[in-house]
Structure formats: C-alpha cells, structure tokens
Design a protein around this ligand. Structure first.
Ligand SMILES: NC(=O)c1ccc[n+]([C@@H]2O[C@H](COP(=O)([O-])OP(=O)(O)OC[C@H]3O[C@@H](n4cnc5c(N)ncnc54)[C@H](O)[C@@H]3O)[C@@H](O)[C@H]2O)c1
Length: 252
C-alpha cells in the first residue's frame, strides 16, 4: 500500500489509458497525484477514482506541447503540495499511420510536439524542483517502437527512439543530483488508443498478436507496475534503463 507514500507525482496524459492506470496505482500506493491532461472530463474522473480508493489527487488542464503551460502547472503542483518527487511523462499520440515517404511535415511536427517536446518541457521545468528536493525520479514513455522498427507509424517510431535517448542522456546528466531517469517500452496495451486502431484496422490485432511470444496483449496495470517500481525508492540503483513491458516482443 505504501510503496510511494507521501511522494508527490505528476502523470501526464492521465485521463485515459496507460496514464490513468499509472495515476491510479501511484495513488493507491500513497502518492499525491497530479493528474494532467487536455481531456478535462476523463481527467477529473481519474481523480475521482483515486479519491474513492482513499488516495489524494487533483486535476490540472495541461497541453504538454506548450512550454509555458508545462511550467505553470508544475509550479502550481509544487505550490500545492510543497515538492515534486516523481514525473511520469506518459502523454503521447501516434499520428498518421504512414511510411516516411508519405509523411507530411505537419504530421511529423505534431507527433514530435506531443511526444518529444512535451518530455523535454516537463523534464526541463521539473528538474529545478527535484534539485530543491535533493532527489527525484522521472519515468518517460518510449515503446517497443523505440527499440525496433516495423512496417508502420514512421514518425511515431522516431519519437519513441528520441525519448529513449533523452532518457539515457538525462540519466547521466542528473545522476550526481540523485535524479533518476528511466523509461518504459510497452508493447501493445489495450487502451483507448489501441481501441481506436482496432476500429480502423480490425485485422491489425490478429496479425499483431502472432508477434507476441506470451500470446496476449498487456493491460494498463502491467505498465503501471513497471512505472511504480522505477518511480519508487525500490528503483534507487536504476537509472538510464529502458524497461520493455512487451510480452517478449523484443526478446526475439
Ligand atoms: N497503448 C499502447 O499499446 C502503447 C504502447 C507503447 C507505448 N504507448 C505509449 O503510452 C502512452 C499512453 O498511450 P495510451 O495508449 O494510454 O494512449 P491514450 O490515447 O489511451 O491516452 C493518451 C492520453 O494522453 C492525453 N493527451 C494527448 N495529447 C495530449 C496533450 N497534448 N497534452 C496532454 N495530454 C494529452 C489524451 O487526452 C489521453 O488521455 C503514449 O505515450 C503512447 O505512445 C502506448
């Protein structure tokens, strides 16, 4: 129950999907959770779920692709709870599913803004607070798409590779200040993002499942437990790691 007791955590994109699962688990394990998202209704619902389970949480509207908004919200969280221990950079979009030669500059820029610039902005403005705190833990969200290529989602793959390298860079950079930076690399997890893809391409799932040695897709909770470990003091000797949570997808 108390794996992150009294820690203050921000989870981006926590209204739905993986972020919601991560926020709920951090709340259940004793953290005060700042749920941030652009989907206000679902974000407030996440807060209610955490509170109904006896946890502490608050919702802030935040477009993570906007640097000024990121700073304002991070500062507001610290103003409310006095410190910042954990940042989970989860918000992300897949963009158009096209190969590189069909990708528009607009799509490329949009996916990079929400996935990569957000990780940069949130990290940049969290570091001073973690420095004041004497330590901190940042968990970024890469993907199996950051580890290997495949025949889809060109710009998305590029963003997830960038996040992986940003994780290693910041891990080394901030280790002397006891700020750990790791990332999770999920495989297919059944979230709204995946349900949207199922509507567009029902055969996708059947084909995709064959690539998973365990023979099933993950649930948000599977990723949340990885995030919890990396964010908690249990992970005190882990930094710069990229943790696949992928049913064996990248082990082949
Ligand atoms: N679902 C998977 O199979 C899978 C696999 C690997 C990695 N991921 C990564 O996990 C993360 C979450 O994915 P998901 O499947 O839960 O997606 P999702 O679409 O279910 O949820 C994403 C959340 O991010 C929010 N969001 C989107 N743009 C935002 C913005 N500009 N500012 C703030 N919030 C914003 C959405 O409102 C939503 O609540 C993403 O980074 C995704 O790339 C997902």
């Amino acid at each position: 129950m108390d794996r992150v007791k009294d820690k203050v955590a921000i989870v981006t994109g926590a209204a739905l999907g993986l972020g919601r699962g991560e926020a709920i688990l951090l709340g259940k394990e004793g953290a005060k959770v700042a749920v941030v998202d652009i989907n206000d209704e679902a974000g407030k619902e996440t807060v209610e779920i955490i509170r109904n389970a006896g946890g502490e949480a608050e919702y802030w509207h935040l477009n993570v692709a906007n640097e000024a908004e990121c700073k304002t919200v991070i500062d507001a969280v610290v103003e409310k709870w006095g410190k910042l221990d954990i940042l989970v950079n989860n918000a992300g979009i897949v963009g158009e599913d096209v190969p590189t030669d069909k990708t528009t500059e607009e799509n490329w820029d949009k996916v990079f803004a929400v996935n990569v610039k957000s990780t940069f902005f949130m990290t940049k403005h969290s570091i001073p607070h973690m420095r004041n705190n004497g330590k901190g833990a940042i968990v970024n969200t890469s993907s199996i798409c950051g580890l290997v290529g495949d025949g889809e989602l060109s710009s998305y793959h590029a963003t997830k590779g960038a996040i992986l390298q940003m994780t290693k860079q910041d891990a080394v950079q901030y280790a002397p200040e006891h700020i750990r930076v790791n990332c999770v690399c999920p495989g297919s997890i059944m979230t709204p993002l995946m349900h949207d893809r199922l509507k567009v391409d029902p055969q996708y799932f059947e084909k995709d499942l064959q690539r998973y040695p365990l023979g099933y897709f993950g649930e948000p909770e599977d990723v949340a437990y990885g995030v919890l470990f990396l964010a908690s003091d249990e992970g005190r000797f882990v930094t710069g790691a990229a943790l696949p949570i992928d049913g064996g997808y990248t082990a082949q």
